[in-house]
Ligand binder design. Structure first.
Ligand code: CP
Ligand code: NVA
Length: 321
């Protein structure tokens, strides 16, 4: 029996070697990761000692974009698992002094894992391909944010017991956060709706891939009507209208996305106990109003806390726990 199973009484699952996308996990691995995160969360709350699988290992954080939550929670997670963090400056590491593949081959000689926040997903894939011994984790790319989706699913599981059969609506830009959430929620059997303005839909290849993993009763639908999208939903999720790297489009997007603002009128279309979710940082007054993000329905700081517990579970699984 492996240590995930011992800590959680879960069945033994296959061992993931990297996490570039939610789709690197299968259903059993995703459930096992959430089970293990719950075990780590309970141990931390009780100040109980737990597994330290990173003892004697270094993990590098390579971030090409700003971060509060992801950087902080990975640093805490690595340290609480017994490991050490190094943070080579992003401009030196990924800034073109040498090829990404050469950077990866260097890192492979020093550290056990690398957590990367970068632009195109292809940069992350090139890094991982060049250093197969390294455990590589996606800490956000233009296309995906899989670590966020782990925390989101743990938050929903805590509230509902299971995501199966629940309806989750993402409202706004069909972006990295929407993509990873759709992948994870559908893998866990939820009905995922994504409501975006025309021209900002989830990419077609994302929709096809999500439909291929809809094995546990989950479904994905897209709409350009926010009211139809939110109608009767059990959770309403939004994110910034212009992501990091799209700052020049901020003003143009404000006009196009205005009907997609999550305000009390839009929340009133959802089910009466609907939760409000946001990955943060939030642009209050744009994609969400203060009344909604500060309301009792809002679970945004649970999501933020759960980044820590789910990333501990992820790192432990990658380390072979
Ligand atoms: N949600 C999230 O990834 O936050 P940061 O950009 O602060 O890491
Ligand atoms: N979609 C946002 C998420 C930030 C956590 C971005 O990529 O900037």
């Amino acid at each position: 029996m492996n240590r995930v199973a011992r800590m959680t009484k879960a069945p033994v699952v296959g061992r993931p070697t990297r996490f570039l996308s939610v789709l690197d996990f299968d259903h059993a691995q995703l459930e096992a990761c959430l089970d293990l995160a719950e075990a780590f969360k309970a141990a931390r709350a009780a100040r109980r000692a737990h597994e330290r699988p990173l003892e004697g290992h270094h993990v590098a954080l390579l971030f090409e974009k700003p971060s509060l939550r992801t950087r902080s929670t990975f640093m805490i997670a690595i340290r609480e698992l017994g490991g050490d963090v190094i943070e080579p400056p992003a401009d030196v590491v990924l800034g073109g002094r040498e090829t990404i593949a050469d950077v990866a081959r260097n890192m492979e000689r020093w550290v056990s894992g690398v957590v990367i926040r970068t632009f195109a997903q292809t940069r992350l894939e090139a890094f991982a391909a060049a250093a197969p011994r390294l455990k590589v984790v996606n800490a956000l790319t233009n296309e995906e944010h899989p670590c966020q989706a782990l925390a989101d699913c743990l938050t929903l599981r805590e509230k509902w017991g299971s995501l199966r059969g629940r309806t989750i609506t993402f409202v706004g830009d069909g972006n990295n956060v929407a993509t990873s959430l759709a992948q994870a929620a559908v893998m866990l059997g939820a009905h995922m709706r994504v409501a975006t303005p025309e021209g900002f839909e989830l990419p077609m290849q994302v929709r096809s891939a999500v439909n291929r993993i809809a094995g546990f009763g989950g479904t994905l639908t897209v709409t350009t009507d926010p009211v139809e999208g939110v109608g009767g939903a059990d959770a309403v999720y939004t994110d910034v209208w212009a992501s990091m790297g799209q700052e020049a489009e901020t003003d143009a997007r404000k006009t196009m996305f205005a009907p997609f603002q999550v305000n009390p009128a839009l929340m009133a279309q959802a089910s009466k106990d609907a939760l409000f979710m946001h990955c943060l940082p939030a642009h209050r007054g744009d994609e969400v109003t203060d009344e909604v993000i500060d309301s009792p329905a809002s679970v945004v700081f649970d999501q933020s806390e759960n980044r820590l517990h789910t990333q501990k579970a992820l790192l432990a699984m990658l380390a072979g726990v």
